[in-house]
Design a protein around this ligand. Structure first.
Ligand SMILES: [Zn+2]
Length: 83
């Protein structure tokens, strides 16, 4: 079954509103194929707060966006070998 545009919009709106404290099966942790906005990066950092930085490419990409934008100072204790 193909998702209608209405359904896709609903899912996107749902995604934006949901506070996902728990990881669901299939929740994407791959890096996006486009750059994060600062706002999007902040949301991704919250969503992936419990993800290990070394296994979650999404979180690394979000973190890099925030660091590059000057919104976050990398903690040298947590970034060994990741840059
Ligand atoms: Zn993640």
């Amino acid at each position: 079954m193909a998702a209608t545009p209405e359904m896709a919009a609903h899912i996107a709106a749902d995604d934006a509103l949901l506070d996902r404290d728990m990881l669901v099966i299939g929740w994407p942790h791959e890096a996006l194929d486009r750059a994060f906005t600062v706002e999007g990066a902040h949301r991704a950092m919250q969503r992936h707060a419990s993800c290990p930085l070394d296994t979650c490419a999404r979180k690394r990409a979000a973190r890099k966006t925030l660091v590059d934008a000057g919104h976050m100072v990398p903690d040298p204790r947590n970034s060994r070998g990741l840059e």
